[in-house]
Design a protein around this ligand. Structure first.
Ligand code: GRF
Length: 194
């Protein structure tokens, strides 16, 4: 069985979309894969309750408990490795990971970023796209490498930017597509690594 471990920091709507797709699209039967665990750096991440309701194992590794990134990442890796992951999925996980952590999961660590990379890595992507006068925005699913919001692109989707958009309205429009594209990219990855 290929275990998928999902890391979240907040609402976890992408995580929920992945869990739903795994059920509806029968990833267990088709890919011998399942969402084995959801891990958060924040104890109050709303997504944790949803994962528990679905019977998925959860864990919290609070980053504030650790003096530096290296120590946090070591503890995080131990929590992740407890589920022997075939794939580690960052879904709104708002911590920068050390090269040590990234290297440990090379080729099996992916992220979703709410912009058309390589445009707008980092935070506040929607406001920055509006400020730049972009007519389109979007999202990118990519393999994680040591450089933040870089790495080989697995999937992208484009959405229009409207003249009256705010960062909030644009984020909502992009998120709808994140929920479609992230599960599809994971299913494609699982199909290719049979
Ligand atoms: C998404 O827009 C994701 O691309 C970004 O943070 C947001 C997380 O949303 N990195 P959720 O926690 O999946 O609801």
């Amino acid at each position: 069985m290929k275990n998928i471990v999902i890391l979240i920091s907040g609402g976890g709507s992408n995580m929920a979309a992945i869990v739903r797709a795994a059920e509806h699209e029968r990833w267990a039967a088709r890919f011998d894969a399942r969402v084995a665990a959801v891990i958060s750096n924040k104890a109050d991440a709303a997504g944790l309750a949803l994962a528990r309701e679905r019977g998925i194992a959860t864990a919290v590794v609070p980053h504030r408990d650790f003096a530096n990134r290296e120590d946090f990442d070591r503890a995080l890796a131990a929590a992740v490795d407890a589920h022997a992951p075939a794939l580690v999925v960052l879904a709104g996980f708002m911590r920068i990971l050390t090269p040590g952590f990234v290297g440990r999961y090379a080729g099996r660590l992916i992220n979703i970023h709410p912009s058309l990379l390589p445009a707008f890595p980092g935070l506040n992507t929607h406001q920055r796209a509006i400020d730049a006068g972009c007519k389109v925005a979007g999202l990118t699913v990519h393999q994680v490498t040591a450089e933040l919001d870089h790495g080989p692109i697995l999937a992208q989707a484009v959405v229009p930017v409207f003249a009256d958009d705010t960062a909030t309205s644009l984020a909502e429009r992009v998120l709808v597509h994140e929920h479609r594209v992230y599960p599809a990219a994971i299913a494609a990855w699982l199909g290719e690594t049979k």
